[in-house]
Design a protein around this ligand. Structure first.
Ligand code: ZN
Length: 333
């Protein structure tokens, strides 16, 4: 059953700032690919994982189907089609090049397919996408080194910046500090996952050591008012993905999720899907869940939608254009 809120938010132009291309490939697309390669189909129950480890297995099983230029081209097109169907007019999409190369994909073929598919999608659907190259904490500085080598070797104006992801284990931030600095010197934007499973200290350290402009998830911040104040003072937005947080156990339930508290005390928040296919969700469904189960009223929901543009890396005039558009037709119902 699709709720009225979900329907209403599906038609509204939205920005999405935290979505991994690898977790946003429709099952039908993955299974067409599996069939073409003579592999076993992916069963929908693979997405009924419990916890991060099973989630990681799901990630490996689905991304394992992406091997050559044509696969990445079609994957990028399938991703863009899905964003367009949700009326997401602007996406900052995370993609993990070093991970794919590590599992044997040829970098040149991967980037050629990816860039061509995204461009084709932008042209076909009249929506905009930019890439954040994601580096996993699990692969350490080596992954960062490789990622920067790819940025130099396969430059493209689709590349917006870098993102730090992976399990938040102790001492996993510091090795990336020089790379965040280097990114800024190169004119690239920086974001980092933090406080998904770890507490407020990890969010604080990430802000102080890496100085990212946004934090992926950041739920942990809600446990410490001082860290919340730091986010507010520095105007650093959190990229909240409710279904991801609940299904992976970062939040005990939608009702226990700190989104409403964070919004109420003035921490900038945005809504996102993280990996929509893995979590059987869509951006409009996340808006609906926020309203129906997380205590976010319609006025606050409209602010969160505007935040998607406000805290994006779009040029100021483009941001203003979308936010003015929003004001003109704030409520369809
Ligand atoms: Zn993420």
């Amino acid at each position: 059953m699709i709720s009225d809120v979900e329907k209403r938010f599906r038609t509204r132009p939205k920005a999405e700032l935290h979505v991994h291309l690898e977790g946003a490939l429709p099952l039908e697309f993955l299974n067409l690919l599996a069939a073409a390669k003579g592999r076993e189909p992916i069963m929908p129950d693979i997405f009924a994982f419990k916890g991060f480890e099973e989630f990681a297995l799901c990630f490996f099983a689905t991304t394992g189907l992406l091997e050559d230029e044509e696969d990445f081209y079609q994957a990028a097109r399938a991703f863009m089609q899905m964003q367009a169907a949700e009326n997401i007019v602007y996406t900052e999409c995370s993609f993990m090049p070093a991970f794919h190369v590590k599992r044997g994909v040829a970098p040149e073929a991967m980037f050629r397919g990816l860039y061509a598919g995204l461009r084709e999608g932008m042209w076909q659907h009249n929506v905009k996408v930019r890439l954040l190259f994601s580096m996993s904490r699990m692969f350490g500085a080596e992954a960062a080194e490789e990622t920067f080598a790819y940025i130099r070797q396969f430059p493209d104006n689709l590349i917006l910046g870098i993102d730090l992801a992976g399990m938040e284990v102790a001492d996993s931030i510091l090795p990336f500090a020089p790379y965040f600095e280097k990114a800024r010197a190169m004119g690239l934007e920086t974001v980092a996952h933090a406080g998904e499973f770890a507490g407020p200290d990890h969010v604080k350290q990430t802000i102080e050591i890496l100085q990212p402009k946004r934090i992926g998830h950041g739920l942990g911040a809600a446990l410490d008012d001082r860290v919340c104040r730091l986010l507010t003072e520095k105007d650093i937005a959190l990229e909240i993905s409710p279904s991801s947080n609940v299904l992976l156990g970062a939040a005990a339930s939608y009702e226990d999720h700190p989104l409403a508290k964070l919004a109420e005390i003035g921490v900038p928040v945005t809504l996102n899907t993280d990996d929509p296919v893995f979590f059987s969700t869509s951006l409009s469904k996340e808006y609906s869940l926020a309203h129906q189960r997380m205590g976010i009223d319609m006025a606050c929901l409209a602010d969160i939608l505007a935040n998607g543009f406000r805290y994006s890396f779009l040029e100021p005039e483009e941001k203003t254009r979308w936010m003015v558009h929003e004001k003109k037709e704030p409520h369809h119902a």
